[in-house]
Ligand binder design. Structure first.
Ligand SMILES: NC(=O)c1ccc[n+]([C@@H]2O[C@H](COP(=O)([O-])OP(=O)(O)OC[C@H]3O[C@@H](n4cnc5c(N)ncnc54)[C@H](OP(=O)(O)O)[C@@H]3O)[C@@H](O)[C@H]2O)c1
Length: 342
């Protein structure tokens, strides 16, 4: 029996669980044992889509990167479930830990989207993930120093050699995505089947996404798998207007950059809609995303099994047209823009 929960990723043949499991937390704010518990709970709930990146988590002291991929690799090996999963990783960023040789390496030998770096980064990701293939290999963000033809041609070779099944991009603007799709057409190269943008009710680039990028994805069948769908945690409702920061790994002064009247209006509206459905604020935020055009699977982050399980409750939630209208009214980005400009 085909399970109707799974959603097709754009025009590709991949079918994903509607909530992707992000792994930026693994080895950073969640230790390995916690990460394993989160992956077990996700898999048992029917989850099949795990997103990582080679650079997770190079920003923590003494961490050369690759830690999240290694944790996922050990888990898949221990559980023997590699073939049940859609494993997505990314290439582009600079990896640490190169010691004295770092200074001698030119840019294309340690980061970017050149043929040279893509081939090396893919080999390294395959080794860390302990697998023969990556299901979705995504370019993490743009590289202005490398022609898109070179990037797409290297990615196409990886697909033809069987190391990669599908290719996608992340953090691309609409024109960059169009340029890539057009180049693939002209040169008979693999096409990006997905895009991973920052997108939520609170994302600063939301207006641009809805005006420019989303229509491209709808028109050309590019699946959308957004990152930070909970605004880094604010859309769970745990940050409250005028109250001190709650207990939370991510709750630092940086969280306050999202604290505007408009954003609190959005969160409070989600809270009211949630109450009417006997649901949670975070579930309504995810349900809203899942009901947007071309949306395949928001990629969430969780620091515990309890957090994950709360988020997975979205699977049974369907918002009504009235709910959607109420949320749209509270989150009107024209209002947000006007408030910012005056
Ligand atoms: N392509 C890119 O450039 C890019 C960039 C960033 C992220 N990503 C991917 O997207 C994934 C998700 O990003 P994100 O972590 O920023 O997303 P998010 O889902 O918006 O925020 C996740 C954070 O919300 C909090 N949270 C989650 N569930 C909760 C619950 N039930 N109750 C209370 N708090 C809860 C947790 O933080 P606390 O526990 O600390 O409060 C968690 O770390 C990453 O793991 C990564 O795979 C990609």
């Amino acid at each position: 029996m085909v399970n109707t929960i799974y959603r097709r990723l754009g025009h590709s043949g991949l079918h994903l669980f509607p909530i992707g499991l992000g792994s930026m937390q693994f080895g950073w704010t969640a230790d390995e044992a916690t990460s394993v518990g989160i992956m077990d709970a996700y898999y048992q709930a029917g989850g099949n889509f795990i997103d990582t990146a080679d650079v997770y988590t190079t920003w923590t002291p003494g961490n050369p990167g690759g830690v999240s991929e290694e944790i996922i690799g050990r888990w898949m090996k221990a559980r023997g479930n590699r073939d049940d999963l859609v494993v997505a990783t990314k290439v582009r960023g600079g990896m640490g830990g190169m010691g004295n040789s770092q200074g001698r390496k030119t840019v294309h030998q340690r980061e970017g989207l050149s043929r040279r770096w893509i081939m090396k980064a893919c080999e390294d990701s395959l080794r860390r993930l302990q697998t023969d293939y990556i299901d979705l290999y995504q370019v993490h963000y743009i590289d202005n120093q490398t022609p898109i033809e070179e990037t797409l041609s290297a990615l196409t070779d990886l697909v033809r050699r069987g190391h990669v099944r599908y290719i996608g991009c992340s953090n691309y603007s609409a024109w960059r995505l169009m340029q890539a799709l057009w180049t693939s057409d002209r040169r008979n190269l693999e096409h990006f089947v997905s895009i991973q943008p920052e997108y939520s009710l609170l994302s600063p680039t939301r207006a641009n996404f809805e005006r420019e990028l989303m229509p491209v994805c709808v028109e050309y069948g590019v699946g959308i798998v957004p990152w930070s769908p909970l605004g880094g945690g604010m859309l769970t409702g745990k940050y409250r207007r005028g109250e001190p920061l709650p207990e939370s790994v991510r709750a630092d002064e940086n969280s306050r950059r999202r604290f505007s009247d408009q954003n609190f209006d959005v969160v409070e509206t989600l809270g009211r809609v949630a109450e009417a459905h006997d649901a949670k604020t975070a579930q309504v935020a995810l349900a809203w995303l899942l009901q947007q055009p071309a949306m395949t699977a928001p990629i969430i982050g969780a620091n515990s099994v309890a957090q994950l399980q709360e988020l997975l409750g979205v699977i049974d939630l369907k918002l009504t047209p009235d709910d959607l209208a109420e949320i749209s009214k509270a989150s009107d980005w024209e209002r947000a823009r006007t408030e910012l400009e005056t």
